[in-house]
Design a protein around this ligand. Structure first.
Ligand code: C5P
Length: 307
């Protein structure tokens, strides 16, 4: 069996509407996922026992071994296939997506591992079957398989592809250190309780969907929304400066990505994105900034190296 390499994108949420907390602790969501051209690469090869090696961005702080969601993804797929022998794999993750950044990097690596093992083992599960396994691993894992632009419901795992035209140019501004997703959701609940509510039912923004169909970033920018943003900003007050700076530099939209702390800025063009990235870095409001395009394709095999 020759090693299989899969490339997988990061995501931003163009809308993240968070409903009240459910009995199982999760929140019902309506979200619009958008995959962007910041990719991790995952290579999977047969091994005597399952192991994970991480190189690149944040490598030292990404859990190695069985604690990594990618290792759990390989086990979950083996279980789904009733594959008892020869299911151990060595998983090598080359990270460019920062960790705990609101970009679903860990979920992306798990999704990539599912696609890689499906190929390595010649299992032939369909995309829909892989998405089912993915949903058991985490709310954002199914979308990393699908890519593009899609509406997520339930915990975020129930997906419908969205009609979106054109290419969007973004700047992702990274913060130093990450944010814990459960802590951001809990803070969101606390802020709501302090205002005497627990959140209303999450609904899809028809204005955002219409703007996406138009393909006009100037129409999309004002419709970006994230119910987790007040919580992320209260945990990391410095994010407010980054968001304000982006708007001052002419971003069409400025938003915290997912549970943060990465901020996503929508630019008018590739050239504008370049200027914005330089300005944000120069203003000292972020650890670094990269330009990306969306939508990007979901997890896909890029190479099967000769054994
Ligand atoms: O599904 P995943 O493991 O990625 O979720 C991480 C955490 O984010 C959950 O444990 C929960 O605290 C929070 N979460 C939530 N509602 C969602 C998705 C995530 O409360 N729809």
């Amino acid at each position: 069996m020759t090693p299989v390499t899969v490339r997988v994108p990061a995501k931003v949420n163009l809308q993240l509407s968070v409903g009240p907390q459910r009995d199982d602790g999760y929140h019902d969501l309506v979200t619009v996922f958008h995959a962007v051209s910041l990719f991790d690469e995952v290579t999977v090869r047969p091994a005597d026992r399952t192991s994970v090696r991480v190189t690149g961005q944040d490598a030292a702080s990404v859990p190695a071994g069985r604690a990594n969601l990618a290792a759990r993804a390989a086990s979950a797929l083996a279980a789904r296939l009733h594959r008892r022998s020869k299911s151990a794999v060595h998983i090598e993750i080359r990270k460019r997506i920062p960790m705990a950044a609101g970009l679903a990097g860990g979920s992306a690596d798990a999704a990539a591992t599912l696609v890689a093992c499906n190929d390595l083992w010649g299992a032939g599960l369909s995309p829909a079957e892989l998405r089912e396994v993915a949903a058991g691993l985490g709310s954002d894992v199914p979308f990393a398989l699908l890519g593009g632009t899609a509406v997520g419901q339930g915990r975020g795992e129930r997906l419908t592809a969205a009609l979106a035209a054109g290419t969007y140019h973004w700047v992702l501004a990274f913060a130093a250190g990450g944010l814990s997703t459960p802590e951001v959701y809990a803070t969101c609940d606390r802020l709501r309780a302090a205002r005497g509510g627990n959140g209303t039912e999450a609904i899809l923004s028809t204005e955002l969907m219409a703007a996406l169909r138009s393909g006009d970033p100037a129409a999309v920018g004002p419709q970006l929304s994230n119910d987790l943003q007040p919580a992320a900003v209260s945990l990391r007050p410095g994010l407010r400066r980054a968001l304000d700076a982006g708007r001052e530099f002419g971003a069409l939209g400025a938003i915290v990505s997912g549970s943060g702390p990465t901020c996503a800025f929508l630019a008018a063009s590739a050239g504008h994105a370049r200027e914005l990235a330089v300005s944000l870095t120069g203003a000292g409001v972020c650890r670094g900034a990269v330009r990306v395009r969306g939508p990007a394709a979901g997890a896909a095999v890029v190479a099967a190296e000769p054994g």
